[in-house]
Design a protein around this ligand. Structure first.
Ligand code: G16
Ligand code: MG
Length: 215
């Protein structure tokens, strides 16, 4: 039985996946390198510099280390402008009730987001206090699709990985969850999230009673 739920943030609890896409598209247009929604799909869950490196690799363009730092910082500025006005209204439908019900059922709750903006965003969304642990993305050795971030949250929650349900909207994230030895619930398109144990279209379809024993 599941004793903890470890959530990804962007694209799972709120719609920042679109904000990341918009910010990367703007940067790519400015750098005059090709980018589109399909390429963006493979960037979901990938950390900031890793994402930039993939965009550049696809284009054959090379930037110096300093230029890369500047470009990544510029993208983050665009992204932060987009999330500056986020409030509890921007939570996906059903998220708050789901978190409260999971806590009432005695589950531990964690966040495994690759985003360095995660604590700010969780605070703006008004849900940071509902989590027992939020990963510090900057302190994780290997980014998704490596299992490190999910294992570090499981450890902080003191729950063995097989008893942690991982919830993700990205291919890299589902791979990370499975590599951590956890059951994976995908949010999105089953044709894309093929490694997930189960896929639902939206977090509002999450049925807690399927994962926990009735009290
Ligand atoms: C998220 C997004 C990625 C983004 C990454 C880093 O991961 O899915 O697109 O590149 O965070 O974000 P930041 O630039 O804010 O540090 P996740 O794991 O929350 O889906
Ligand atoms: Mg995500």
């Amino acid at each position: 039985p599941v004793k903890a739920i470890i959530f990804d943030l962007d694209g799972v609890l709120t719609d920042t996946a679109e904000g990341h896409y918009q910010a990367w598209q703007r940067l790519a247009d400015e750098l005059d390198v090709p980018f589109d929604r399909e390429k963006n799909e493979a960037l979901k869950g990938i950390d900031r510099m890793g994402s930039l490196e993939r965009i550049l690799a696809d284009s054959g363009r090379t930037l110096t280390e300093a230029e890369k730092q500047e470009a990544a910082t510029r993208k983050n500025g665009y992204y932060q402008d987009l999330i500056a006005r986020f409030s509890p209204d921007d939570l996906f439908d059903g998220v708050r009730d789901l978190l409260l019900a999971a806590k009432a059922a005695g589950l531990k709750l964690g966040v495994a987001s690759a985003s360095r903006n995660a604590p700010t965003l969780l605070t703006r969304l008004g849900i940071i206090d509902l989590f027992d642990h939020v990963a510090d993305a900057g302190a994780i050795p290997n980014p998704k699709p490596a299992p490190d971030i999910f294992l570090s949250v499981a450890k902080a929650l003191d729950v063995p990985p097989p008893a942690c349900l991982g919830v993700e909207d990205s291919m890299a994230g589902i791979t990370a969850i499975k590599a951590a030895g956890m059951p994976a619930l995908g949010i999105g398109d089953p044709a894309i999230l093929t490694e997930a144990d189960e896929v639902i279209g939206h977090i509002r379809e999450f049925r807690l009673d399927r994962f926990v024993r009735p009290a």
